[in-house]
Ligand binder design. Structure first.
Ligand code: HDD
Length: 684
């Protein structure tokens, strides 16, 4: 129901259905039939209710975001751990334990609003914190570096990844000529490319990914002294991604996989949490660091500069209305409170123009700050007035400063935002700094920091993407870059693409370094969770299955903080051997194993016999095995395993469930999330 600002127009008794009205408030008598001359028409233009209804419907859409169109948001709060007054005068960091309201929107970059969640893509991680001194927007990604060094190239990188302009495909996919053509001609993108080809680009859940502010920012203390800072969000539930073969299938089985995951978690009270970490450094560190801290294609390894946790973000409430909040939320990098300032990173400087401009296009009025999701939650006062949809206008006669009536707000040099007074004496030029010229060393460091399965996934992703590129010259140019990152990687990709001979390594402005030590913080597998908390087990059950074991599984899974969902031949559920009826969440065709982190085959002999004949059941098992998941099974389920070519003792990821204590043991094994040792055998 839509409520007017002045309260309810129609006073309702408890239980009454409200009277439908037009947008002007007029009660409606008939919403089923247009006004016509006689029952068989023609229709009359006089029908103002019909015209208003259709007019409004015709205008329901606003332009989707030119990037990050598909997103999902949630409300929550940021809690400060300790006072950071030593480094910043930003109000939200002054008092230990203080909670500040926040709104977060996660997104994919390339796909349209209706695209699938598991595209191989960067994920946006945009946080708006409604501080007492104005909104702070930390508009980050789940990857700490970016494709380009200068904002002037942003339209090019985005044009290249979006659907090609003549044919309008592929949707939400970088696997096409235009993208790789641009990338192969842009060596500065190589570090980011390694991240995008890694499993970071196919996260299992928004809840299991990191967020990065990417740029170097400044913190300013009460005396305007500056400390450089990089911001990192770390998920309390640890990192986790899926594998590509799984991602492709999830997109078919549940294109809203990430949305549903966040919705389910928050609605069931399992509020996801991230810690905000900072890497703090001064000019001396910046001068001595191997790379330029203003270059957004570089990161500072955590092993060199330890991130310090300074607070936590908890998401505990879904929006009431997706459009009003998630679609209309307007993030802007230039929204920083006093005490936080920009660096000269040329990408950040360009972003500070783009975000304000894009909101006007999207939301249609300079008054987009009047929309509740964008309005500050602190007192505010200015003389900006009028314009489309102005909801708040100054009252009284005076709408300017200075004025001789002593009316209206005045600026306050002590409390207001002050920029860092950096001395700059340099010519006005269009030049890229030489300190930005090393494009391969950190790409190599990233690759060297991955575990063997992760390195393999990168090689497979590159092969897949380049296999979709039609022009051999683009494939060759990319392999030439890969040879500068890791020779074996370049050779593997070339071989898998069927290239007859290796190209010459690409010319490098700076010789790639091989003395940068591996950084374990860059690997997902080395930063997984300690428990199975927040994960999901799919139990494939049949009539006549062991009810006690089912109960024991449920108890063990819930004790771990995970969720169990029942998959059955019929969604009505199953009747266990002891006659208990249990409802299912999915029927087998609608609940493939790609939707779960681990699976159990809880079958009776008769159930197993029936299911061995069903493709969906065989796929359930085959995919769980191929995706290196832990599989619990009752002895009656062995024929189903056999039918899919899986030996019940193939590896330690296959766990026979005998008796109620086996349930707890199975859940304990699941803490490892995946049995990567199996991967070589399944040849995914
Ligand atoms: Fe951007 C949206 C993150 C570079 C221009 N960007 C947008 C969103 C995120 C990012 C998370 C979605 C916000 C939301 O949920 O509404 N963008 C980044 C990061 C970048 C980056 C981490 C590099 C470090 N972006 C970047 C550049 C430009 C833009 C260089 C332009 C010069 N970005 C935009 C935009 C968008 C946007 C066109 C589209 C919709 C919007 O802003 O509100 O202004």
């Amino acid at each position: 129901m839509i409520r007017g600002n002045g309260g309810e127009l129609h006073q309702l008794a408890e239980g009454d259905t409200p009277v439908m009205t037009t947008a002007q408030g007029g009660p409606v008598a008939d919403d089923q039939n247009t006004l016509k001359v006689g029952p068989r028409g023609p229709a009359l233009i006089e029908d103002f209710h019909f015209r208003e209804k259709i007019f409004h419907f015709d205008h329901e859409r606003i332009p989707e975001r030119v990037v990050h169109a598909r997103g999902y948001g949630a409300h929550g709060y940021f809690e400060t751990y300790e006072s950071l007054a030593k480094y910043t005068r930003a109000d939200l960091f002054q008092r230990a334990g203080e909670k500040t309201p926040a709104f977060v929107r996660f997104s994919t970059v390339a796909g349209s609003e209706g695209s699938a969640d598991l595209a191989r893509d960067v994920r946006g991680f945009a946080v708006k914190i409604y501080t007492k001194e104005g909104n702070w927007d930390l508009v980050g990604n789940n990857i700490p570096v970016f494709f380009i060094q200068d904002a002037i190239k942003f339209p090019d990188v985005i044009h290249s990844v979006k659907p090609e302009p003549d044919r309008a495909f592929p949707q939400a996919a970088s696997a096409h000529d235009n993208f790789w053509d641009f990338i192969s001609l842009t060596p500065e993108s190589m570090h980011m490319i390694m991240w995008v080809m890694s499993d970071r680009a196919i996260p299992r859940s928004f809840r299991f990914m990191e967020g990065f502010g990417v740029h170097t920012f400044r913190l300013l203390d009460a005396k305007d002294e500056s400390t450089f800072v990089k911001f990192i969000w770390k998920p309390k539930l640890g990192l986790q991604s899926v594998v590509w073969n799984e991602a492709v299938k999830i997109n078919g089985a549940d294109p809203d996989f990430h949305r549903r995951d966040l919705w389910d978690a928050i609605q069931s009270g399992n509020f996801p949490e991230w810690e905000l970490n900072v890497q703090l450094f001064d000019q001396t560190f910046a001068d001595s660091f191997d790379f330029d801290v203003l270059d957004p294609t570089k990161l500072i390894p955590e092993e060199i500069l330890k991130p310090i946790p300074i607070g936590r973000l908890v998401l505990d409430r879904m929006p009431d209305n997706f459009f009003a909040e998630t679609e209309q939320v307007a993030f802007m990098t230039q929204n920083v409170p006093p005490g936080i300032d920009f660096s000269n990173d040329p990408l950040l400087q360009g972003r500070n123009f783009s975000y304000l401009d894009t909101q006007l296009k999207r939301l249609g009025s300079p008054n987009f700050t009047h929309i509740p999701i964008n309005a500050p939650k602190c007192p505010f006062a200015h003389f900006q007035q009028d314009g489309h949809m102005a909801m708040r206008n100054p009252v009284g006669r005076t709408n300017y400063q200075p004025n001789s009536r002593g009316e209206g707000p005045r600026e306050d040099p002590a409390r207001g935002f002050r920029s860092f007074a950096e001395q700059i004496d340099a010519p006005k030029v269009r030049l890229r700094a030489e300190s930005f010229a090393d494009h391969y060393s950190q790409a190599r460091q990233f690759f060297n920091s991955q575990t063997v399965p992760e390195q393999k996934h990168i090689a497979m992703a590159l092969t897949f993407e380049l296999s979709k590129v039609e022009a051999p010259v683009i494939r060759e140019r990319m392999v030439a870059h890969l040879l500068n990152i890791d020779e074996a990687l370049g050779a593997t990709v070339a071989d898998k693409l069927g290239m007859e001979k290796l190209p010459k390594p690409a010319d490098a402005a700076v010789t790639p370094r091989d003395d940068l030590p591996a950084s374990p913080a860059l690997s997902i597998i080395q930063n997984g969770p300690a428990s199975f908390k927040g994960r999901k087990v799919g139990v494939l059950a049949s009539n006549g299955c062991d009810g006690k074991l089912l109960k024991a599984l449920q108890v063990a899974i819930e004790k771990e903080g995970a969720v169990m969902e029942l998959v059955a031949p019929k969604v009505g559920g199953v009747e266990t051997a002891d006659g208990t009826k249990v409802a299912a969440k999915h029927m087998i065709d609608g609940g493939p194993s790609v939707l779960f982190d681990a699976v159990v085959l809880l079958l009776s002999q008769e159930g197993a016999e029936r299911l061995t004949g069903e493709a969906a059941a065989r796929d359930f098992v085959a995919d769980a095995f191929a995706h290196c998941k832990f599989i619990g099974f009752t002895s009656a389920a062995v024929p189903l395993l056999a039918k899919t070519g899986v030996a019940p003792d193939a590896d330690e990821g296959l766990i026979a469930l005998e008796g109620p204590t086996s349930a707890a043991k199975f859940v304990e094994s699941c803490r490892k999330l995946r049995l990567w040792a199996r991967e070589a055998a399944v040849k995914l």
